[in-house]
Write a protein that binds this ligand. Structure first.
Ligand code: GTP
Ligand code: MG
Length: 197
């Protein structure tokens, strides 16, 4: 896939606010601060298209982007950040659950895990949900630049084993060095059936 155009469409909380287009859609999910918005920026090669922040809890709404007038990327708000207000935390789960269960054009999910953290209940539950619903997904280990190459390999082996997957089924990524970007683009192409373009 060559990214020619990127357009921010809208933010939404509930299904009635989702855009009505039916482009194939890929959603990005993971713990707050894991690097979801940074990954989307790296994929679309726009430094600041999606707002990122060192402070967790930056993305609080469901944000829709259209790529090449043909594909939709969705930046989901992050979970698991204790310091956002109780109201926001209470809204997160229904907001994301509704999205995952109701969005008919959702073709696949990209689940991000910080390479330095072991998968926790939220990640294991998400993987189980994806398996149960037969929704294709990619697992990305973010912030790989924080570790040496040897440590990266060790973490890739350990995290993939904890998720019951092959080592290469989890992709090492860094938004700083762009390590893994091309692999993720290829995997997304495969997921949506565009690998011939
Ligand atoms: P929420 O919107 O709060 O859920 O966070 P998010 O998952 O969208 O994370 P975001 O992309 O805003 O990144 C959070 C912080 O981590 C920012 O300070 C980023 O610069 C930093 N960050 C993201 N990806 C990487 C990476 O690959 N390497 C390093 N070193 N820092 C990163
Ligand atoms: Mg974000």
């Amino acid at each position: 896939m060559i990214i020619k155009t990127v357009e921010f469409v809208k933010s939404a909380v509930k299904p009635s606010q989702y855009p009505e287009y039916d482009y194939p859609e890929i959603a990005f999910a993971g713990r707050s601060n894991v690097g979801k918005s940074s990954l989307i920026n790296a994929l679309i090669q726009r430094r600041d298209m999606v707002k990122t922040s060192a402070k967790p809890g930056c993305t609080q709404l469901i944000n829709f982007f259209v790529i090449n007038e043909a594909l939709s990327f969705v930046d989901l708000p992050g979970y698991g950040y204790a310091k956002v207000s109780k109201t926001i935390r209470a809204q997160w789960q229904p907001m994301v659950n509704l999205y995952l269960s109701q969005r008919h054009s959702l073709l696949g999910l990209v689940l991000l895990i910080d390479i330095r953290r072991d998968p926790e209940k939220e990640e294991l539950e998400m993987v189980q949900w994806l398996e149960d619903h037969k929704l294709p997904y990619l697992i990305i280990l973010t912030k790989a630049d924080k570790l040496s190459k040897t440590q990266q390999q060790k973490r890739q082996l350990s995290i993939s084993a904890q998720l019951g997957r092959e080592k290469d089924a989890v992709i090492l990524f860094s938004s700083k060095t762009k390590q893994g970007r091309d692999t993720i683009i290829e995997e997304i192409d495969t997921l949506i059936g565009w690998n011939n373009e």
